[in-house]
Write a protein that binds this ligand. Structure first.
Ligand code: APR
Ligand code: PHB
Length: 390
């Protein structure tokens, strides 16, 4: 089989890239290790920046998001009983974020693939990358036990943090920047109404908590837990009790309890791999970078990578220009690092770090006091939260 762009990974990055290329008549094939149902079964964050909303609108795939999504004009930082409102609409001249689950974004992209000629090979095993340092790279993989070959002009590694594409870049070329946080997030998804109409990020003496939602009838909550914590140690009632404490008396008293639809613990890390291009191989999304979920940047960084990469590849195939692909890594990383900084800073501000001691806590109190009293500080948070311009 031959195509213009072979995409490894059928998550949000691979799906968005494939659709944007197909929309311009450029041939692309996605090779995905898992089944479609498995991909849809992943529970991920659900706060969309403008860049993600715009991709769905540009693809004419925004109808369900516009119908079911929740546009939000602000969010809260809670510190004990203090609630600091970040009015992002006022502070960013009308920008909003859209609360709409990543699973739903993925579903909308998957459902449109067939009708738009975007081929997705699911359950492709042992995907291997070949000859990326040539102009004729190719993939091999097993489908139903039979080895297949996919020749392409370029390969897009949209295969997430654990995929093979990053490893296809020589160690002498690649560089990793990483910070692993000394805690994880225990998350619960439940069909109960949210306790607040906007998100609340809370820094409590027991640890961080987040009140979020998927809709007006489905809530998503998280608490910071030690890295060695087991989900079995957190029966639903214990988790609901702890959320009521950490979110403070006002919001905590409005929590509606219900059985967990999903409950799991995820580690937190900041991670960047440079460069995001090596000859005929491009990286996009989690394949190149990971952010702690505190700023809800993961999906949105995949979107900005894909916005840059799709424009570069369209320019190459339709205009014969290489400047976009030649500057892709530098352009994408400039935005990646700004989001990494924001996610790291909000994580540092809102979590309890076991080794930071009293001085570290006083630094958090001082910064929250400053944010509470400064329009400029709130504006800085707001413009990063809605997403910096491309
Ligand atoms: N072969 C083929 N596909 C693979 C391989 C492989 N060897 N390894 C991984 N994949 C697939 C995964 O099964 C997954 O469907 O690549 C896809 C990567 O998708 P994501 O991990 O969702 O990453 P990305 O598309 O970059 O989206 C980033 O997803 O994980 C969240 O928090 C993250 O919100 C962010 C968003
Ligand atoms: C979520 O709703 O899952 C969510 C929202 C905001 C975040 C992280 C996760 O920062």
């Amino acid at each position: 089989m031959k195509t213009d762009v072979a995409i490894i990974g059928g998550g949000p990055a691979g799906l968005m890239l494939g659709h944007l290329l197909r929309q311009q008549g450029i041939d692309a094939v996605i090779v995905e290790r898992q089944s479609a149902d498995y991909v849809l079964g992943r529970i991920r964050a659900g706060v969309l920046e403008k860049v993600t909303v715009d991709i769905l609108k540009d693809l004419d795939l925004a109808d369900r998001m516009n119908k079911e999504g929740l546009p939000h004009d602000g969010f809260f930082l809670a510190d004990g009983e203090r609630l600091i409102h970040i009015d992002i609409a006022e502070l960013t001249c009308g920008s909003q974020v859209m609360v709409y689950g990543q699973t739903e974004v993925t579903r909308d992209l998957m459902d449109a693939a067939d009708s738009r000629g975007l081929e997705i090979v699911y359950e492709a095993k042992d995907v291997a990358i070949h000859d990326v340092d040539s102009d004729a790279p190719y993939l091999t993989y097993l489908k139903d036990g039979v080895e297949q070959r996919l020749d392409a002009r370029f390969i897009a590694g949209c295969d997430g943090f654990h995929g093979p594409s990053r490893k296809a870049i020589p160690d002498s070329v690649g560089k990793v920047y990483e910070r692993v946080y000394p805690f994880g997030w225990l998350g619960i998804l439940a069909d109960v109404p949210p306790c607040n109409d906007e998100l609340i990020y809370a820094n409590h003496s027991n640890g961080f908590a987040l009140a979020s939602m998927r809709s007006n009838t489905r809530s998503r909550y998280y608490i910071q837990v030690p890295l060695d914590e087991k989900v079995e140690e957190w029966p639903d009632e214990r988790l609901w009790d702890e959320l009521a404490v950490r979110l403070g008396p006002e919001a905590g008293s409005r929590i509606t309890r219900g059985p967990a639809l999903e409950k799991s613990i995820a580690p937190l890390r900041s991670f960047v791999f440079e460069p995001m291009r090596y000859k005929s191989l491009f990286l996009a999304g989690d394949a190149a970078h990971i952010v702690p979920p505190t700023g809800a940047k993961g999906l949105n960084l995949a979107s900005s990578d894909v916005a840059y990469l799709s424009r570069a590849l369209i320019s190459y195939f339709k205009e014969g220009k290489s400047d976009g692909i030649d500057t892709y890594s530098q352009t994408a990383l400039a935005r990646v690092w700004k989001s990494e900084r924001f996610s790291w800073s909000l994580t540092t501000l809102m979590h309890r770090f076991p080794d930071d001691g009293d001085f570290g806590r006083r630094m958090q109190v001082a910064e929250l006091d400053y944010i509470a009293s400064s329009e400029a500080a709130k504006k800085s948070i707001a413009e990063n939260y809605v997403g910096l311009p491309l």
